[in-house]
Design a protein around this ligand. Structure first.
Ligand SMILES: Nc1ncnc2c1ncn2[C@@H]1O[C@H](COP(=O)(O)OP(=O)(O)OP(=O)(O)O)[C@@H](O)[C@H]1O
Length: 298
């Protein structure tokens, strides 16, 4: 552990060891669209062990956000069970921090006030919440900006504040839905390193949704690949690359082998999803996804 971790004051890295176990067990989510029932995910099971970094990848519309919204407590499963540390998820809670692609900062509050917001709601004394916010902002390299307003920050900085804010109340679990999707490639790489650093120091369990396969490999202990809608688990791929991960690792044979495997799995499902969409769109016909079919045109 780095010297930064050793310098964390009590209460900042207060995730209890062995906590933050997310279990999604045989979950189905059914929506009604235009009067018709539609299963976004069907019978899906996902396990995030305490302290694990787990990504979910899959074709567009396969139910990734739906899955995350269940764990966040924004949605209830139509069937199956979702628990954190064995307790059924009944709604949003301070034990789970959530970060979305859109920066959801309060524009009228300064950076540190944004981070302190949840702590203020919990009734923490001003000096204590200020100390905590400043420590976390320091971890994210943002201390110099504590008195700036969000509009004065770059996209990457705003998202770093969003992560810090989600972590301020000391959740065991961090849920992230395409958090770096709006950032340019260079900023994204820096954000991945900052996130890894914070994850390791705070000993969180992370459930991370992304479209970026390389990002999922770089960050994760395990990657779930989902099928086209209705989303199920197509594959569970362990990422046995050593940590700390470095940019050079993406040239290693191990990294490239995992990348090729994931790409092939997702391509199959993306083609299946597009075939379905084309049929749903009323084009009809016999859509073959093999040679000469939709797949060949992509
Ligand atoms: N509130 C809702 N009501 C009806 N249908 C919904 C609702 N939310 C999601 N869906 C449908 O459920 C399916 C899964 O959506 P979801 O957003 O979870 O997929 P996703 O994998 O996150 O997609 P993307 O990768 O494009 O962000 C989609 O077909 C979507 O239209």
């Amino acid at each position: 552990m780095s010297t930064l971790a050793a310098s964390l004051p009590p209460g900042v890295a207060d995730t209890a060891p062995g906590r933050g176990h997310i279990e999604i067990d045989d979950v189905t989510v059914r929506f009604t669209q235009n009067g018709a029932a539609l299963d976004a995910v069907r019978g899906i099971s996902i396990d995030v062990k305490p302290g694990e970094f787990v990504s979910v990848v899959g074709p567009s519309g396969c139910g990734k956000s739906t899955l995350l919204n269940i764990v966040a407590g924004f949605l209830k499963p139509s069937a199956g069970r979702a628990t954190v540390d064995g307790a059924p998820i009944r709604g949003p809670g301070a034990d789970r921090g959530v970060v979305f692609q859109q920066y959801s900062l309060f524009p009228w509050l300064k950076v540190r006030e944004n981070v302190e917001f949840g702590l203020r709601m919990q009734g923490m004394a001003p000096a204590a919440r200020c100390a905590r916010a400043r420590t976390l902002l320091g971890l994210a390299g943002l201390l110099a900006f504590e008195n700036h307003y969000p509009e004065q920050l770059s996209g990457g900085m705003k998202q770093r504040v969003g992560i810090v804010r989600a972590l301020a109340t000391g959740p065991q679990v961090l849920l992230m839905d395409e958090p770096f999707g709006a950032l340019d490639a260079q900023t994204r790489v820096v954000m991945q390193e900052i996130l890894t650093n914070m994850w390791q120091q705070l000993k969180l369990s992370v459930l991370f949704i992304t479209h970026d396969i390389e990002e999922s490999i770089f960050l994760s202990d395990k990657v779930y690949v989902m099928t086209a809608r209705p989303g199920r688990v197509k594959a569970e791929i362990p990422i046995p690359l050593p940590r700390p991960r470095t940019a050079e690792m993406s040239n290693s044979p191990e990294f490239i082998a995992i990348l090729q495997r994931l790409r092939a799995l997702i391509r199959e499902e993306s083609l299946a999803a597009m075939g379905g969409e084309l049929r749903d769109g009323g084009l009809g016909g016999d859509w073959h996804l093999g040679k000469g079919g939709v797949g060949e045109a992509l």
